[in-house]
Design a protein around this ligand. Structure first.
Ligand code: TPP
Ligand code: MG
Length: 803
């Protein structure tokens, strides 16, 4: 009797086939890890981190991952990605080699180190595909637990799609909210605040988030007892377990080598999660790391002999093999044959990936070598090119940089020679530089036709009947119009729901539009942003509020590591057009008056940074960004909500274009460049300066990113020949950025007749109360004196020193 027939006693033929296919995949994946490590040691890749020891659980998880579902995971998930059919072994190796092509490495086009997975949510035009038809993996990041805030958001979207009837029409985005968001995380990374914050929030929100913890007892060299209370995350979090009367989590524990146990447990988890929208904590214990953490160290240094022996004994593939032979009754020779075939398949995929990668890199190497050979024939300095050529052709694993360096060394030798080789080399360098921009530096911001840069300005319309209202009412009308216009728009944050935010911009809008559209959250800035990223990834238009700019620091890791680089790191494969609303600049004291714009500029490239001077401009920017597919931070002026503004008649339609400064006052002596709450301060000073005979041109840059795309500040400086940059950040903060943009990028230095000046807040955070504000932040008197002193230097006969 053949093994297959015999196995029928316990398993159907189809089931046996499935089991053997699973085993084959596990072996192929393991082989890919083993080969991957060797490739690094042979110098064919820079670094490797692999998913060995985690194969079987991932295959089990993949069985309950359906079309329309989402993953937010980490670098160990190769087997899962293979199993859901969203990664081939060839693509896996292409990423290891950093093959810079979307076809070769669809996750990142060579931008991310290996083990960082992502599927492409966007089509070639940058439009969202029908995600319900796809198996979706959001794009991984390296910071451990950084996937958790996003995971929460992906799960939260399912809740919105299930319960908000207005969203039912978006059939490409969701099937009645049935989608599970699958998370994976290492045991050690559960110590991170982001993990605990996200888990708590998921329990509160009751969202379909199935979080698997791959527990191999270590975080690099550090064992469990340093990481987790009771050395077990499921024990430590046992209080989350739901009961008959209380909502909470379902907590499941299972062993990472127990194939049938894993299959059963995942089926149970899926049902609870998908049908009941109950979050599940799925703790997979007794996993191993056959090759240690990564290629940068060996685990023999920190694991005991006993532990290493246990890891061999409890290797999940070894255990599955034993189970197949003992329980499924497959002959060892048959299993051996499967293993041989799987290993060969991994090796062949590696070879294909390497060939494709080399062919790509060698193209340029061959061209440049030929040009250099031509130089050897044509140039008067023939001999100088010989070593350049030798270095280039002797590279065993050539890289693009070697080719570029050779070309650049050669071109230096040719500056004074008018020969064909020079023309060809110049042409090659220019083309290669453009190609390398595309390879390594494209997709910082949206390049689709929904880019914020393509949203044209629409003027605010006023009539005699336009009323004068508090600034916050302008925002409230804008948000009301947005929520009425588009069911995908939603807003959430601390105090945003019931009271409509601490300054009442959303007052009454929860009552009008429902709790799912305008929602309170817990105090958890990081996962508020994650909620925004996940919902935006799934096609919604979230406005996530961080109550004060000062508390951005809590949200900064997720904004910087995840949102800001999402579009870049997937080379346009994923986008999250999230609007982050906040308020800052000045009001009261150390934690309610911050204006850390330099911090944002330095950490959030990829997110537009918008700093409107009043609530009308803010409303115009909200309208702009709601039409666009870029993420943006909009910083309202904390001291402006009660100032009176006229409510535009077209509050829901007018838009303010990004990157276009506004001249608030024309003048001829000096250009004052500022933004946000400082506009009022600078304008007051400018009026006083006018009385002293100094004519200031005041420019509100409005958006720091993008910055003055038409170089209008340059035009002003051409007229005034003097420039002052003023803001409320620290010295050397955003004023330095503006100065660099204007003097260097716009080349305004050549029109300056005086040294450029910056006016900033003090280096410390602002002290409390009106006096603290006055003496910490720049005030109209400071601005007056700095500008006046500048003019004293210019015209000492006309302006006498004040002191
Ligand atoms: C925020 C952050 N801190 C440190 C690291 C460096 N680091 C990479 S992996 C790792 C250990 C993670 O262990 P665990 O979560 O158990 O996952 P495992 O690698 O064991 O699967 C560390 C400390 C990092 N990537 N991110
Ligand atoms: Mg671990």
């Amino acid at each position: 009797m053949s093994a297959l027939k015999e196995a029928k006693v316990k398993f159907s033929q189809a089931k046996v086939k499935e089991i053997l296919a699973d085993y084959r995949l596990a072996v192929e994946s393991r082989e890919a890890s083993l080969i991957g490590r060797k490739e690094v040691f042979m110098g064919k890749a820079k670094f490797g981190i692999f998913g060995d020891g985690k194969e079987i659980a991932q295959i089990a998880m993949a069985k309950v991952f359906r079309k329309g579902d989402f993953r937010a995971g980490y670098y160990r998930d190769q087997t899962f990605m293979f199993a859901i059919g969203e990664l081939t072994v060839q693509q896996y190796f292409a990423q290891l080699y950093a093959h810079t092509s979307v076809e070769a490495d669809p996750a990142s086009a060579g931008r991310l180190m290996n083990g960082h997975y992502a599927t492409r949510f966007l089509d070639d035009e940058g439009k969202l595909k029908a995600l319900t038809e796809l198996r979706n993996s959001s794009a991984d990041i390296s910071p451990t637990a950084g996937q958790m805030p996003r995971l929460l958001g992906l799960a939260y979207a399912s809740k919105l799609f299930r319960h908000n009837d207005q969203l039912k029409e978006f059939t490409g985005l969701s099937n009645n909210g049935n989608e599970i968001a699958f998370g994976t995380i290492g045991n050690a990374s559960t110590s991170e605040g982001m993990f605990l914050e996200a888990i708590n929030a998921a329990g509160v929100l009751q969202v379909p988030m199935l979080t698997s913890i791959w527990d191999d007892d270590y975080g690099i060299s550090v064992p469990q007892e340093y990481h987790t209370t009771k050395s077990s995350i499921s024990k430590a979090l046992a209080g989350l377990q739901r009961t008959e009367t209380e909502k909470g989590f379902e907590i499941i524990t299972v062993k990472g080598w127990d194939y049938p146990g894993l299959l059963e447990a995942y089926q149970k988890a899926e049902k609870i999660c998908r049908e009941e929208h109950v979050p599940v904590l799925f703790h997979v214990q007794e996993m191993t790391q056959p090759q240690g953490h990564s290629t940068s160290g060996s685990h023999e240094r920190y694991k005991t002999k006993e532990r290493l022996a246990w890891e061999v004994e409890f290797d999940c593939i070894k255990k599955m093999r034993e189970w197949i032979i003992n329980e499924v009754l497959i002959l060892p020779e048959e299993v051996d044959a499967i293993e041989r075939e799987a290993k060969l398949s991994a090796k062949q995929a590696k070879e294909r990936a390497w060939r494709a990668f080399m062919d790509d890199v060698r193209k340029d190497q061959i061209i440049v070598t030929r040009i250099i050979e031509k130089a050897i024939r044509q140039s008067q300095r023939s001999n100088d090119f010989v070593p350049i050529r030798e270095d280039l052709i002797k590279a065993i694993n050539p890289t693009r940089l070697e080719t570029m360096r050779a070309a650049k060394k050669a071109i230096r030798l040719l500056v004074d020679e008018d020969i064909e080789a020079r023309t060809e080399l110049v042409r090659w360098i220019k083309d290669a530089e453009a190609d390398n921009i595309d390879r390594y530096s494209s997709h910082m911001v949206s390049v689709s036709d929904e880019s914020a840069l393509n949203v044209k300005g629409v003027e605010a319309v006023y009539t005699d009947s336009s009323s004068l209202v508090d600034g916050r009412e302008v925002l409230q009308a804008c948000f009301d119009a947005a929520l009425s216009r588009d069911p995908r728009v939603l807003a959430f944050g601390e105090d945003v729901g019931k009271i409509g935010d601490v300054n009442q911009g959303f007052a009454g809008l929860q009552a009008k539009h429902g709790e799912l559209r305008v929602t309170d959250t817990g105090i958890r800035e990081c996962t508020i942003i994650g909620q925004g990223i996940g919902t935006a990834l799934r096609g919604l238009k979230p406005i996530a509020e961080i109550q004060y700019l000062d508390y951005f620091i809590y949200a900064l890791p997720t904004l910087s590591d995840d949102l800001a680089c999402l579009y870049y790191r997937t080379k346009g494969g994923q986008k999250a057009p999230l609007i982050i609303r906040t308020r800052g600049h000045r009001l009261e004291g150390v934690w309610h008056a911050g204006s850390q714009i330099g911090m944002l500029l330095h950490s959030l490239r990829g997110i537009y940074i918008i700093s409107p001077r009043n609530m009308t401009q803010a409303a115009g920017f909200y309208n702009t960004m709601l039409k666009a597919d870029d993420p943006a931070v909009i910083i309202e002026c904390l001291n402006g909500y009660r100032l009176k503004e006229r409510l535009p008649d077209n509050i829901g339609e007018f838009t303010v274009p990004v990157g276009v400064p506004e001249i608030l006052k024309t003048g001829k002596d000096v250009t004052l460049v500022t933004y946000g709450s400082m506009c009022r301060v600078v304008m007051e000073a400018a009026e006083a300066l006018e009385d002293s005979g100094i004519s200031c041109e005041v420019i509100d840059v409005q958006t720091l990113l993008p910055f003055d795309i038409h170089h209008s500040i340059l035009e002003s400086i051409k007229k005034t020949n003097r420039v002052v940059f003023a803001d409320e950040d620290v010295p050397g903060g955003a004023t330095s950025f503006m100065m660099q943009q204007v003097l260097e990028v716009q080349n305004a230095y050549q029109y300056l007749d005086s040294k450029p000046v910056t006016i900033t807040a003090k280096e410390h955070r602002p002290a409390y109360a009106s006096d603290g504000d006055y003496f910490s932040k720049p005030n109209p008197e400071d601005v007056f004196e700095k500008v006046y002193n500048l003019m004293v230097e210019v015209h000492p006969s006309k302006f006498s020193p004040i002191y």
